[in-house]
Design a protein around this ligand. Structure first.
Ligand SMILES: [Fe+2]
Length: 394
């Protein structure tokens, strides 16, 4: 990971480059540091040894940039130039900051030492019996968006996609269910793993999700420095794509594809249209989803009934990112905007898709169409999964 202070000044530097200099046409605040905070010039491993601004300097810098940006925002008509149309450049930079904020939270999760972050627990799940799976009828639906003003290039354009009927888990896979996979010897049985997944599991010596430790016959986990028993009703988090895939095979299911996930999240069978979010078109509130680091853990499975999709699928947005059985590819009609390095350079790479955001994701940086991607071995991110299948055995 980057040092936290690199992320902080990098957030300010991107804001300066795009909004102060490009959109605002103003003089640079600190041109001398551009190179230090260029993510493409310096991979994460190099960043700790760079002559970075210290925390006080970094805070002064981001404050100075923000003051100028508010002034630019006041004076810029949000039309007439594609970059600023409907405030896009501002929205892109807001999302960029929030994405780094989630990365910084993952750095906190990796950090050793006493807890420094505290937050109240998320709401409990209502006492009710939910069906284990929900049926999603086959047919085409609108995937992606052409209208969402802050949607990034890879979410565009809206297009029709046919999806065969399938069943999807109502809620993400819980720690309790994942423990059953561990207890059944799932980590020691090559049958459930892809060839690549098994090679990774063997080489890395995996026996459980990351941050879990053996405690006598059971397990504990470390969460932001707190050691605690595994909460069995919480979605499992800190598993790689390979572990998610192995669990699904063991359970007699599979991971959903990206179109399946988006259809389960957005398709309204009554109107035939796709919603912005599972619950409708309104922006997320505290009642809809566990977002924005208000809680530093996922809510128990079945929570947030007001956030469910028209078909009754819960916790698609918030709580944990969900690994999907799809690679990162452009939609038909894709056009790189505003630069190739946002998405295009990653297409076809060794990535798997993640959808829905986590408790660490800000509401500005996730929606029904938002696409995230990462290496299939990544475990420090706040990712879990749910399963799907073509047919339900009678
Ligand atoms: Fe960045």
């Amino acid at each position: 990971m980057s040092p936290l202070v690199w992320d902080l000044a990098h957030i300010g530097n991107q804001e300066e480059l795009w909004l102060v200099r490009d959109v605002g046409g103003r003089d640079p605040v600190r041109q001398d540091i551009d190179e230090l905070y260029d993510a493409f010039q310096h991979p994460r491993a190099e960043r700790p040894s760079l002559p970075l601004l210290n925390p006080t300097e970094a805070r002064t810098y981001v404050r100075e940039v923000r003051d100028k940006v508010f002034d630019v925002l006041d004076r810029t008509p949000l039309e007439g130039r594609e970059l600023v149309e409907n405030g896009f450049a501002f929205g892109m930079i807001v999302q960029h900051e929030q994405q780094h904020d989630e990365t910084m939270l993952a750095t906190h999760q990796l950090r050793k030492g006493n807890p420094v972050l505290h937050a109240p627990n998320p709401p409990a799940a209502p006492a009710e019996r939910l069906p284990a799976e929900v049926f999603v009828p086959g047919g085409s639906f609108e995937m992606g968006t052409s209208l969402e003003p802050w949607a990034l290039d890879n979410e565009r354009p809206a297009h029709q996609v046919h999806v065969d009927s399938f069943w999807i888990d109502t809620v993400p896979v819980s720690n309790g269910h994942y423990l059953a996979f561990i207890d059944a010897g799932g980590y020691d049985d090559a049958r459930w793993w892809s060839e690549r997944g098994w090679a990774y599991r063997t080489e890395a010596g995996l026996t459980s999700p990351r941050f879990w430790h053996r405690d006598g016959d059971g397990w504990q986990r470390t969460r932001f420095g707190v050691v605690e028993p595994i909460p069995v009703d919480e979605p499992v988090v800190h598993v790689s794509y390979h572990e998610a895939e192995a669990y699904a095979a063991w359970a007699g299911k599979r991971l959903p594809t990206e179109p399946e996930w988006e259809k389960a999240a957005r398709f309204d069978p009554d109107t035939g249209r796709s919603r912005r979010y599972p619950w409708g078109d309104e922006d997320p509130t505290d009642e809809h989803a566990n977002l924005g680091q208000r809680h530093l853990r996922p809510a128990p499975v079945g929570a947030y009934p007001l956030g469910q999709s028209p078909l009754g699928v819960r916790q698609l947005v918030g709580d944990v990112w969900e690994w999907l059985d799809s690679d990162f590819r452009p939609y038909p009609g894709f056009r790189a905007f505003p630069y190739k390095e946002y998405s295009e350079v990653f297409f076809g790479g060794d990535y798997k898709m993640l959808r829905g955001g986590s408790f660490g994701t800000d509401k500005a940086a996730v929606r029904g169409t938002f696409r995230n991607w990462d290496h299939p071995i990544r475990r420090q991110i706040f990712a879990g999964f749910r399963c799907a299948r073509d047919h339900r055995p009678d």
